[in-house]
Design a protein around this ligand. Structure first.
Ligand SMILES: Nc1ncnc2c1ncn2[C@@H]1O[C@H](COP(=O)(O)OP(=O)(O)O)[C@@H](O)[C@H]1O
Ligand SMILES: O=C(CO)[C@H](O)[C@H](O)COP(=O)(O)O
Length: 489
């Protein structure tokens, strides 16, 4: 199914409404306003635990005016998912996170079941009395996470391709049809995953449809199959500059599986009746198109001027630099998402939190980081990767992790790893400048790594730039802003 709805780019509208929301006294959320685990931003969020709704209900009724409108954003990241529920002033009314339940399957895990279960568990985690105030929902997901579904039922007909999976078998075919160094000319692109499936599947290809993780999760809520957004669709070949798929792609035998594309934060339809009644949402709750996790993080961080950048330090290291110029160069894993008349230039490295989680628990990270002197350079030189393969600023599916020699002292070891990741970040920003992007002058930090003040100081020293934690570090907040935008439409 190929088709497009041309609309202005959402984020600019969002950023405009964002700034208007900002002038409404967009303030940091209130401190914990009720007992239990419903915490605002200012306190570290535990994973959702069983809570007594009653302890929330009373406060919530006091907290909300009759008819007050709330906006729900869900972020499906690499290691887990979260929701953020905000009001029109941007105050967080509830938020929670869940790690994905893992269901071992023949090759790895049944991710489809994990994501679906997590979606419904998070909806159940929303305080019951807030649900009737929710007027709009949006979801962000990991970029290039690709699901091939039956166009009649929406059920997956193939295992999902994860965001960091590479399909080198398809690369020669993709390179033969796409322009040189196009975004899709990377083994981890959505198009390579689509071509790999097309070449290997024997299932009914005629009725197949391609969806991204966020698209499929949103379909579970609105029931309209085959709709994506032009951030998620970038890596299958969609051109956000002309708001359409290019002719070299539309002419392919598999082009019928491509989803139609709308701007992120576009109202797609009402929440399905069965979902609405099951969870107690109101009748005119709409579901809006989503975006990718690192763009949602950028929206949450309020970076609005060229030269400002957001580094998402989640399981991966995803960089988004606001630039007046569009840069596409798959040789280095560099691509640009559109933001009105500007571009979000960057890429995603496989370095980041996933490596840290292989070596340390979050508590160990916190305790060891406290003992690091961030003003002192570490002599250790690593290339921290969770496994073989890198996407950006080195696009090399065969790049091996380098995490040795390991010193006796874990503080020194962690210091070396954090500093080495900072050096990769610095190399990435230097590459974007060399390729012609607007030079970075300030970096905001999103994701789990944003809570590490020592790491922020190390990065400031290595980057030679002002580096700070964004006021809102969770991508779910950015998805909630997209839901707000969809409601404004
Ligand atoms: N204090 C810390 N310092 C650095 N990294 C941290 C810290 N606490 C958690 N992390 C890292 O944050 C990552 C989780 O961040 P998150 O944004 O939730 O990731 P994702 O959305 O990609 O799943 C984990 O990989 C973890 O190692
Ligand atoms: O690393 C990732 C998962 O967290 C994604 O690749 C990340 O979202 C970067 O992709 P995009 O730039 O398209 O948002």
């Amino acid at each position: 199914m190929v088709g497009t709805f041309s609309v202005t780019h959402p984020a600019s509208t969002l950023l405009v409404s964002w700034s208007s929301v900002h002038t409404f006294g967009f303030h940091d959320p209130l401190r914990n306003q009720f007992s239990g685990t419903w915490l605002c931003k200012s306190v570290r969020k535990p994973r959702v635990r069983a809570m007594s709704i009653g302890s929330v209900k009373g406060n919530q009724e006091k907290g909300l005016e009759v008819g007050e409108r709330l906006y729900l954003g869900l972020d499906f990241g690499t290691s887990g998912a979260r929701f953020a529920l905000i009001d029109k002033g941007g105050t967080i009314k509830a938020e929670a996170k869940r790690e994905y339940p893992l269901y071992p399957s023949e090759e790895s895990y049944d991710w489809i079941r994990s994501w679906k279960d997590t979606l419904y568990l998070l909806l159940e985690d929303i305080p019951i009395d807030l649900r009737k105030h929710i007027v709009s929902i949006s979801i962000d997901g990991t970029s290039a996470t690709t699901i091939i579904v039956d166009g009649n039922t929406g059920e997956p007909v193939w295992r999902p391709f994860l965001y960091n999976e590479s399909c080198p078998d398809a690369l020669p075919m993709v390179k033969s049809i796409a322009p040189p160094n196009h975004t899709v000319c990377s083994g981890s692109s959505t198009l390579c995953k689509l071509v790999s499936w097309w070449n290997n599947a024997d299932s009914n290809k005629k009725s197949a449809l391609l969806l991204h993780q966020a698209d499929w999760l949103l379909w579970l809520l609105h029931g309209k199959l085959g709709i994506s957004d032009y951030n998620n669709a970038l890596k299958v070949g969609y051109d956000p500059e002309v708001d359409s798929y290019p002719s070299w792609l539309v002419s392919q035998s598999y082009s019928h599986v491509l989803p139609s594309v709308v701007a992120p934060g576009t109202s797609i339809g009402y929440l399905k009746e069965d979902i609405r009644t099951k969870f107690g949402f109101q009748e005119d709750c709409v579901v809006c198109s989503g975006t990718t996790d690192s763009i949602a993080a950028l929206l949450a961080a309020r970076a609005t001027q060229p030269g400002k950048a957001v580094t998402s330090l989640g399981s991966t290291l995803a960089i988004k630099l606001l630039s007046n110029t569009r840069i596409e160069d798959s040789r280095f894993g560099v691509y640009s998402h559109r933001l009105d008349d500007k571009w979000l230039v960057g890429g995603a490295s496989n370095t980041g939190g996933a490596v840290l989680r292989q070596l340390f628990t979050d508590d160990e990270l916190e305790k060891l980081s406290e003992q690091i002197n961030p003003l002192e350079a570490s002599p250790l030189d690593y290339y921290p990767l969770p496994k073989v393969g890198e996407r950006f600023p080195v696009a090399d599916p065969n790049l091996a992790p380098r995490l040795l020699p390991r010193p006796e002292n874990d503080v020194e070891y962690l210091h070396g790893i954090l500093e080495s990741i900072a050096r990769i970040e610095a190399k990435a920003y230097g590459l974007l400048k060399d390729l012609g992007a607007t030079e970075v002058d300030e970096v905001f930090t999103a994701g789990g790594g944003a809570k590490n003040d020592k790491w922020i100081k190390i990065r400031e020293r290595v980057l030679g730039l002002p580096v700070s934690s964004a006021i809102q570090t969770e991508a779910a907040y950015g998805a909630a802003l997209l839901a707000f935008k969809g409601d404004q439409q």
